[in-house]
Each structure stands twice: as structure tokens, then as C-alpha cells.
Design a protein around this ligand. Structure first.
Ligand SMILES: [Cu+2]
Length: 118
């Protein structure tokens, strides 16, 4: 009886901790608030649900024709925040392709599409 009880508690604990620490996922980005203007450099804030190991992570800009360019990034002020430095871009569709290593040691790949306005 007691054994089952502890097993259940343990199961609940592992399930909930997986939800809390499951990889580094982008939960907020300044791209949604403020569109990127053509021809101007721009700092973009990405907020992750977990701390990101920047030394082990990659952020690439994807331009027309699937051209990739490594982006400069920095740790932000907020918890889980990464500041991405965008170079001056032409108008049109672009994306940030990210491969991030979370504090829990898990690797996550994601792509964030955005539009550069005139
Ligand atoms: Cu994880």
C-alpha cells in the first residue's frame, strides 16, 4: 500500500519536473511586438522557458535561397533571455534557425519565421 503511494508520488514528481524543465522553448519574442525594418541592424529578444547554454548553441539567419549566416548572440537581462543581433536585411521573408542547449542538457531545434518590412 505504502509502496504504491510512494511510487505514485514519484511518478507525479517526474511528470511535473519534465513539464517544468522540458528543453529550452521560445515563449516570447520581440519580433511579434515590433516588426523588423529593412536596412537597419536590430537586436531581437528571445525568451526561453529555461536557461540556454550559449557556448553550445547556434543561431543562424536564413535568407532567400536558403542562405545561412551565423548570428551574434548575447545573454539578456531576463531569465532565459537571449539577445540576437540581426544585420541590416532586405525586405521579405527571413527566419532564425536555432539549435539550443538547455540547462537540462537537452538540445532543441526550432525555426522562427519573420517578415522584414520596407
Ligand atoms: Cu529537456
Amino acid at each position: 500500500m505504502f509502496k504504491h503511494f510512494f511510487r505514485l508520488i514519484f511518478l507525479l514528481f517526474t511528470l511535473s519536473s519534465k513539464v517544468v524543465f522540458a528543453h529550452a522553448v521560445v515563449t516570447e519574442t520581440s519580433l511579434n511586438i515590433d516588426p523588423v525594418q529593412a536596412g537597419k541592424t536590430r537586436q531581437v529578444s528571445l525568451i526561453f522557458n529555461s536557461r540556454v547554454e550559449l557556448a553550445l548553441s547556434h543561431f543562424d539567419l536564413v535568407k532567400k535561397g536558403d542562405v545561412h549566416e551565423r548570428l551574434k548572440v548575447d545573454q539578456g537581462q531576463k531569465r532565459g533571455e537571449v539577445i540576437v543581433e540581426l544585420p541590416a536585411l532586405d525586405p521579405g521573408e527571413h527566419a532564425i534557425r536555432l539549435k539550443v542547449f538547455a540547462a537540462d542538457g537537452h538540445l532543441t531545434e526550432d525555426i522562427i519565421h519573420f517578415f522584414v518590412v520596407e
